[in-house]
Design a protein around this ligand. Structure first.
Ligand SMILES: [Fe+2]
Length: 247
């Protein structure tokens, strides 16, 4: 049996993120991006009826729907569907890689990086007390306070190449659908809720903007998940990937 296209993508993702050979990571990652770029709604048997804006006006409909396609201890692959002008709140991906391929509609992705030259400079200044200490408490003084640099605002649709984040670049983002419902395929490695060094689980944290501290740098405060954000799930009906991918 020839592999379905989605199985090829998953196989490449597993090769990329489980290989012990770090020298070939960038080559594998580039191949994964190229394969992911060609994924369409047909490959995942996407339930296109959910793109009807009327669906999202039904009482008690969650603002975001999720389809879990595959998950193990190394990788998760799933689809997020956002209501018209719906949003995934600003959140992080601790020590994770992520790839996003838009399948339908348009999304605006606002991405921040931490531990950049600019954020380190700000943190050093605030620690030394050379900035207004009320507006700029040292990050170490307050739990859940993060200094982050706004590095990209992009609008992507199904013709756009995959959007990529890694542990050191664009690791925090918020994602908003533009006008119509929108759907994107998401690959994460390692997945959330998977143990990370020095911590029991790899949790998704949410943030709100506290203040702007220089032209592209913000102080973010970790918050609970916003009350306007919750998800429901839709069954995956695409190819049986477990059967197709030979480990
Ligand atoms: Fe994300």
């Amino acid at each position: 049996m020839s592999k379905t296209y989605l199985a090829k993508v998953l196989k490449q993702a597993l090769n990329t993120f489980t290989s012990k050979n770090s020298e070939i990571f960038s080559t594998n990652f580039a191949t994964l991006i190229a394969l992911l770029d060609k994924v369409t709604t047909e490959h995942v048997d996407f339930p296109t009826q959910i793109l009807d804006p009327k669906v999202w006006t039904l009482p008690d409909k969650a603002p975001v729907s999720c389809i879990t396609i595959y998950e193990d201890s190394k990788i998760s692959m799933g689809i997020f569907i956002l209501k018209p002008n719906g949003k995934l709140p600003l959140h992080n991906h601790p020590d994770m890689h992520g790839l996003i391929k838009v399948l339908a509609g348009q999304v605006k992705i606002v991405s921040y990086s931490i531990n950049t030259e600019k954020t380190k400079e700000i943190d050093l200044k605030s620690h030394q007390g050379s900035m207004d200490r009320l507006a700029m408490p040292p990050v170490s003084n307050k739990p859940g306070l993060v200094t982050a640099e706004l590095v990209e605002i992009t609008v992507a649709n199904s013709n756009s190449p995959p959007c990529v984040l890694n542990p050191n670049f664009k690791n925090l983002h918020e994602i908003q659908s533009v006008n119509e419902p929108a759907a994107f395929l998401d690959i994460l490695s390692p997945p959330y809720d998977c143990p990370e060094p020095g911590s029991e689980t790899r949790t998704c944290s949410y943030y709100s903007k506290l203040c702007q501290v220089s032209p592209d740098v913000y102080r973010l405060q970790e918050t609970i998940s916003p009350s306007w954000y919750w998800t429901d799930s839709i069954p995956y009906t695409g190819p049986d990937l477990e059967a197709e991918v030979i480990f």
